[in-house]
Design a protein around this ligand. Structure first.
Ligand code: UD1
Ligand code: MG
Length: 461
């Protein structure tokens, strides 16, 4: 089986500079969802028909892992779905009897591989298989025409349908399996004398029926799988469905999700046992949560892994980091890429870390910036501590041994090394290394001036 994905439509109703099929569901372009489904359904080659914005589409698709290289077909003018498939015909490798070409749409992203497999299994050698749906929401869709013996005889587009035909509730999803050996000759016979002056792929059905080719159908049970995206409302609808499905999978595995309508998973989230996810939480990229991890509310976690028994308190943002066990982050902590936190670490409110390693038991409870640092075990980073890692041109590292204590409102000017058990007096500017066990006092001595008069307000003007 080979697949051809139609993706040349302009998508005018999206009101966007971005090609329609690059709009995302779950942070993945719609076209990638369709390519992945075709792959899982067993397509040995995938052709994608694109229009003039094809280069942009290709560029984006390359960013995603796809098993086989996609064959790109240019349809210069969008003259209809039959015209689109026709552009691809000469590129099909399967031409033998029994081979099928699976037609998919780039803007129908939630189609499941299982459904495609079911359609293919149901479509006998030499016959056509159509994925249809029975729906009250038949507006704008092609109606399936059947004869008295219930045989499919054709498909009529809504714009060409009679009032009686418009009442038909069985509609064309657009997804079809067509016999590879006969497809070319049928496409050659299709004309565009219809309301839209387009070459309709759906006209193939009537042609095939007149040649006594068997036409079977599989009715989609879950309508949303066949839902196309023409505008932003439909895109939002599919996004919510996609998210609900992701949450359902996690709920089924035992994760506690307080409100599945307020969780977004834009990537892969894997969870251990007894994980709890509160509301308004966003997971992006690859995120792994260990056993008994508690998240949120209002937390954002991207491309990170979090160890067992760790708590992510409200408003915390974590990106590109590895977090140990029994660690507590937040509320409102910002953990930036390259952060590696050991077990039993605490990073509290308004603390920002970047490229920072914090050893077991180390605490930075409030208001600090920790960048380009390697910190040992059981250190205490006082409130208002700033790791000055940038000299205006280059970044430098700060190294702390174990049991180091940094008094509040200190600056550590990198490169600098603070050895085990060293102690920094509050308000110090530290720019020379501190030997093991030393106290560093890096501030001017306080003077008390008696009889001092406060400035008074200038009343002259
Ligand atoms: C099509 C079907 C209709 C079906 C509906 C399901 C036809 C004639 N009609 O109608 O029976 O119920 O889908 O959603 O096939 N495309 C191209 N090149 C073109 C025209 C379209 O690549 O020249 C692509 C579009 O990007 C889209 C797909 O084909 O991905 C469907 O085209 P669209 O214009 O949306 O067809 P519909 O009118 O919705
Ligand atoms: Mg459409």
């Amino acid at each position: 089986m080979e697949a051809v994905i139609l993706a040349a439509g302009r998508g005018t109703r999206m009101h966007s500079q971005l090609p329609k099929v690059l709009h995302t569901v779950g942070n993945k372009p719609m076209l990638i969802h369709v390519i992945n489904s075709a792959e899982f359904a067993g397509a040995k080659k995938i052709h994608v028909v694109v229009g003039i914005d094809g280069e942009r589409i290709k560029e984006q698709v390359r960013r995603f892992p796809i098993q086989n290289e996609v064959s790109w077909i240019l349809q210069r003018e969008q003259l209809g779905t039959a015209h689109a498939v026709q552009q691809a015909v000469s590129h099909f490798e399967s031409k033998a009897e029994g081979d099928h070409i699976l037609v998919l749409y780039g803007d129908v992203p939630l189609i499941k591989p299982d459904t495609l497999v079911q359609l293919l299994l149901n479509t006998k050698t030499g016959s056509i298989g159509i994925l249809t749906l029975l729906t009250e929401n038949n507006r704008g869709l092609g109606r399936i025409l059947r004869d008295e013996s219930n045989k499919i005889m054709g498909i009529v587009e809504e714009k060409d349908a009679s009032d009686l035909q418009k009442e038909i509730k069985e509609v064309n999803s657009g997804i079809m399996a067509l016999p590879a050996d006969r497809l070319g000759s049928w496409l050659g016979k299709i004309e565009n004398n219809n309301q839209q002056s387009e070459y309709y792929l759906t006209d193939i059905i009537e042609l095939a029926a007149s040649e006594k080719v068997a036409i079977s159908s599989v009715v989609i049970s879950n309508e949303i799988e066949a839902q196309g995206v023409n505008d932003k409302s439909q895109l939002a609808l599919l996004e919510r469905h996609f998210q609900m499905t992701k949450c359902k999978e996690l709920l089924d595995k035992g994760v506690i999700i307080k409100d599945p309508s307020r969780v977004d998973i834009r990537g892969e989230l894997s969870c251990g046992q007894d994980v709890e996810i509160d509301f308004n939480t966003l997971f992006e990229g690859d995120v792994t949560l260990g056993n008994n991890v508690k998240i949120g509310p209002n937390a954002i976690i991207k491309d990170s892994s979090i160890g067992d028994d760790t708590q992510i308190l409200p408003g915390t943002i974590i990106e590109g980091s590895t977090i140990g066990e029994e660690t507590i982050l937040g509320p409102n902590a910002r953990i930036r890429p390259g952060t590696i936190l050991g077990n039993k670490v605490k990073v509290g409110n308004f603390v920002e870390t970047k490229k920072a390693i914090l050893g077991e038991g180390t605490k930075a409870n409030h208001l600090a910036y920790i960048g380009d640092a390697e910190i040992g075990k059981n250190c205490n980073i006082g409130a208002g501590t700033i790791f000055c890692n940038y000299d205006g041109a280059n970044k430098h590292k700060t190294l702390l041994g174990d049991n180091v204590f940094i008094g509040s409102n200190s600056v550590l000017v990198a490169p600098v090394k603070l050895e085990d058990d060293s102690f920094v007096a509050a308000g110090s500017a530290v720019n020379t290394n501190i030997p093991k066990g030393n106290l560093a006092v890096g501030r001017t001595k306080q003077r008390n001036i008696s009889g001092w008069k406060r400035p008074s307000k200038n009343t002259e003007n």
